[in-house]
Design a protein around this ligand. Structure first.
Ligand SMILES: N[C@@H](CCC(=O)N[C@@H](CS)C(=O)NCC(=O)O)C(=O)O
Length: 216
């Protein structure tokens, strides 16, 4: 298998399936395609029919869209238990993952992932604050339900943790610090060896994306 990613500093969608692979210990080659270069579109088109990264190739098969890639990994490696075992917890994990995949546009637009940077906290727009409040409410509820079962959103690590991992990075960059169990989960995720390893990769990159650098 090979996972095709965007820059580790900026590509929040790429982080999600990469984190699943890394945390679960699933062997996979990786290729990083720098975004926003004149050659980017042609290079991505060689591996991804949507023209976007991440994409995963497995022999002749290509899988694209971050959540679909995670689903494929859950299907292919059932022993890794990438969704919660309990059916109700699994349904909720899928709901919050789909909500993340489809939503939170204000946060994603105004606070792009800049994995290796931190800024002094700045006032957030009302739309971004609403996204932050909903995300923290999700983390809070998941952690309260799973408190006795382990440190992740659903006790054991699942795809839901990976889907929210870029938000952990954004909160770190923009100085958003949730209180209580939600904040404890975010701190745990930030310290996770797989997240730290992604950070090592991000710090090794020298390329900057001008359109993201204008947003602080
Ligand atoms: N919904 C897609 C979003 C993928 C996406 O927007 N990827 C961005 C990079 S993070 C991309 O490929 N951009 C292409 C470009 O900038 O040329 C997913 O979940 O994978």
């Amino acid at each position: 298998m090979k996972i095709i990613l965007g820059n580790k500093s900026y590509s929040s969608w790429s982080l999600r399936p990469w984190l699943v692979l890394e945390h679960a210990g699933i062997p996979c080659e990786e290729q990083v395609i720098p975004l926003d270069l004149p050659t980017t579109a042609a290079e991505i088109a060689r591996s991804s029919p949507s023209g976007r990264v991440p994409a995963l190739t497995d022999g002749d098969l290509t899988v694209w869209e971050s959540l679909s890639i995670c689903e494929y990994l859950a299907d292919k490696y059932p022993e890794k238990q990438l969704w919660p075992r309990d059916r109700a917890a699994r349904a909720m994990a899928r709901s919050v993952s789909a909500e993340m995949h489809a939503g939170f546009t204000a946060l994603r637009t105004h606070c792009p992932m800049k994995f290796k940077e931190t800024f002094a906290p700045q006032p957030l727009s009302r739309e971004v604050q609403a996204d932050v409040a909903r995300i923290v409410a999700i983390w809070d509820e998941c952690r309260r339900r799973s408190e006795k079962e382990g440190p992740f959103l659903f006790g054991a690590f699942s795809i839901a943790d990976a889907m929210f991992a870029p938000v952990v990075s954004r909160f770190h960059t923009y100085g958003v610090k949730p209180a209580g169990v939600a904040g404890a989960w975010a701190d745990m995720m930030w310290a996770l060896p797989a997240m730290q390893k992604w950070g090592v990769g991000a710090r090794a990159e020298t390329f900057r994306m001008a359109r993201y650098d204008q947003v602080t």
